[in-house]
Design a protein around this ligand. Sequence first.
Ligand SMILES: Cc1ncc(COP(=O)(O)O)c(C=O)c1O
Length: 432
Amino acid sequence: MKEIVPPMPPMVRNEFETVRQLFRDHVVPTYARFDLAFVRGRGSELWDVTGRRVLDFGGGIAVCCLGHAHPEVAAAIADQAASLVHVSNLYYHEPQGRLAQALVRLIGPGKVFFCNSGAEANEGLFKLARKFGHEEGRFEILTMTNSFHGRTLAGIAATGQDKVKQGFEPMTPGFRHVPYNDLAAVQAAVSPATVAVMIEGVQGEGGITPATPEFLLGLRRLCDEHGLLLLFDAVQCGHFRTGEFQSYRRILEGHPEGAGFLPDAISMAKSLGGGVPIGAFWVRQEHANRLGAGTHGTTYGGTPLACAAALQILRVIERDGLARNARLMGDFLRQQLLEIQRRHPGLITAIRGLGLMLGIEFAPKDRIPALASVEKPVSLAMVERLHTAGLLTIPAGTQVIRLLPALNITRTEAEEALGLIAREVERLAHGG
Ligand SMILES: Cc1ncc(COP(=O)(O)O)c(C=O)c1O
């Protein structure tokens, strides 16, 4: 009988080329992967197939909120796996109920639906909005330019970036894009068919741009006036990344009208499971029973395994004060990055973000002699240089690199990352 998974030849095991060849031959090439293959991690450190150690400030794109191989999360997963991994949503089980309860406590009165990814959580919000407006024939959702909402057909229609749509037209109808942080533009775009507005609290893929307090509060008012749902995509910026469970709390901090702000629904994924796939949306009480039995579902949504991991992550974040750590480390990194920018204003054009969701925007390539002849966008070139230096970061668009590290990074790790970034920027400044 033919083996389904033939063992790797022992002599070449662990070599990067062997792993890459497996991908070239057998994996659909939808990703432009970097030349790195990892075998294990611990906290914010990763080791590749050659045994080289790098510091992970990409966090698996804002997923690994407690770093890699957290012993308590690993134990919670192992314990749950040893008793019950999956039963389907035909039945009840305690971990899903407990996790929903925890999320409601963190956000506000309402209910939670579980799924498996960010795109799927957003699909749920789109269906919620369609159901809400159905009887009046309203279906249109306004989303923002430069937004990112996932790779499903509705996700790319909702996303305000042309590059994700190309080749997949015609787009799913019912989405229109308006400029981010421009309340007048949103107001002008509302039509009789509009049913909802969707935003990211901090745009991630679009280049790390936080919403302004005025935009958030203005949107809430606008949605109330026109009977629209205010939908929050917190897939990347949620789960304490900004120093608060939800970014709007951090953005509205100290604002006289900020305390009462609440969206109508919030999508979550990424850090919710810390790497175990899980997505969810919270919907406020008023709309919590709008999606009734038979209207929506998914086989795997909120398995005992994924919920046990998510619950353990929440316990550790709370016990270890990691919201505060994200705030303190984020403020420290931001200050130091601003200092690097001050020394090199010609190379770095902006430092943006909140907490541990930070973006470094570089000047256009033609203004950086060391990169002028490089074919790649500046963001990719810088991410690769930092890989060589020993630091993982994530590109966003052509000009920005993102830092999305674990919420439990230490001051020593932050200093190490800053040292590597400063050295690379210095090298760039000297034409190297
Ligand atoms: C804001 C936002 N929404 C949705 C998604 C899609 O999530 P997923 O890749 O889990 O489908 C992402 C992923 O990067 C995201 O950043």
